[in-house]
Write a protein that binds this ligand. Structure first.
Ligand SMILES: [Zn+2]
Length: 400
């Protein structure tokens, strides 16, 4: 018997270091002609979206945010050894929380990402790490001792707040030659987004949200799909399939109608990608073996481009610059084309298993840019990431 499993689209990353310390920034750091000795870059830049955690329909007054990608670049003409990075959450210029990334963690990050770059993993998973967008032509250091122009990447820092901060600040300190103290810092805003649009649900009936935007889900770690949902249907015994689940037709969700969540215009529609039973977990296959096989398949798909990962899919542009995306649709089911106007509740395709899918499910997300649909999702549009926070789901009914 197997539990419901859904697409895994990330690499599990390090936990958050727990100790806290506040670092004073150095006003008297030696001024390089181009700015501070250590430059802090963010990707996505400008802001992070906050997620409000709810209990049974009630806000718990706990909020999470993920700082996706941060890089520190040595802007001086000599080597700099990084000593510590501090992530601070601020409200009205007051620090409400700090998390420290110590020298050992910085060293580990440098070693890790240097290896990933040389194994071409950063290139393959560019939708995730987005190095091409914020560190183009910047060499990564293999240690926390940065040569001139080199960078260290720190990713996927999850933060939990008891109140809503307005800013995240990343400060970094290190030592240049002669033990000269150097520093740098950067900030991004924290946005507690509430969509101005009203959305329906992309399927009708009773569904299990198999992967939600919590920190336990896999979507949260890639900004383009941070608040996505993976939807499946359960049947007898709490399983998503009948029998052994070795055929697509065994799955309760397979072929279900997928519905436009709001009025809009189709900006991407692709069909014709085949689905296969062969990438379902086999009855005699261990989780470990299946995970390895899935990862291999995922990398093959990524090598073909992001559209192959999405499978048959539809993207719709809605009011206020928001987009909805429906992935892994059934081959031959997509009933809309680019340029079509659709209404909320309109049947646009059928739930399927195309692309990077471990069992028939609907991957659905909203974004603040056309992040899916044209070539590589992560590179298409600046600031493209999910904006599904605080959507009030309503029954999906066509407008009268
Ligand atoms: Zn998904």
């Amino acid at each position: 018997m197997r539990n419901t499993r859904v697409t895994i689209l990330l690499l599990a990353m390090a936990a958050i270091p727990a100790c806290a310390a506040e670092i004073a920034e150095t006003a008297e750091a030696p001024a390089a002609p181009t700015g501070p000795p250590l430059e802090v870059r963010f990707q996505p830049g400008e802001f992070v979206y906050l997620w409000e955690n709810n209990g049974e329909g009630t806000p718990l007054e706990l909020y999470t945010a993920v700082l996706q990608n941060v890089a520190v670049v040595n802007r001086t003409a000599g080597p700099i050894s990084l000593d510590e990075m501090t992530l601070s959450a601020l409200r009205d210029d007051e620090v409400v929380q700090t998390v420290t990334v110590d020298a050992d963690a910085l060293e580990a990050a440098a070693v890790h990402f240097y290896a990933l770059q040389h194994q071409k993993v950063l290139e393959t998973y560019d939708f995730h790490f987005q190095v091409s967008r914020y560190l183009k032509d910047v060499p990564l250091a293999g240690t926390r001792k940065l040569k001139p122009g080199e960078a260290v990447i720190v990713t996927q820092r999850a933060l939990l707040f008891q109140s809503v901060p307005d800013t995240l600040r990343v400060s970094v300190v290190g030592r240049a030659e002669g033990d000269t103290f150097v520093s740098g810092s950067g900030t991004v805003r924290v946005v507690n987004h509430e969509s101005p649009n009203s959305y329906g649900f992309p399927v009708s009936g009773r569904w299990l949200v198999a992967a939600a935007p919590s920190l336990h889900g896999h979507h949260r770690w890639a900004s383009i799909q941070e608040f996505a949902l993976d939807l499946v249907q359960l049947g007898e015994g709490g399983l998503s399939h009948r029998g052994e689940g070795t055929e697509l037709q065994h799955y309760h969700a397979y072929g279900a109608a997928v519905l436009a969540v709001a009025d809009g215009k189709v900006v991407a529609a692709s069909d014709g990608m085949e689905e296969s039973d062969s990438n379902l977990q086999q009855p005699d296959e261990t989780d470990r073996a299946y995970f390895a096989r899935t990862l291999e398949l995922q990398q093959k798909l990524l090598a073909k481009g992001f559209a192959a990962v999405m499978g048959n899919h539809v993207s719709i542009e809605h009011a206020n610059g928001e987009f909805s995306h429906y992935l892994h649709l059934k081959n031959g089911s997509v009933g809309v084309k680019v340029g079509d106007t659709v209404e909320r509740g309109q049947h646009i395709g059928a739930l399927g298993h195309s692309g990077n899918s471990t069992e028939p499910h609907l991957h659905f997300h909203l974004s603040d840019g056309a992040s899916s649909g044209r070539g590589s999702a992560a590179r298409g549009v600046r600031s493209a990431r999910s904006a599904a926070a605080k959507i009030r789901w309503r029954k999906n009914e066509k407008k009268k």
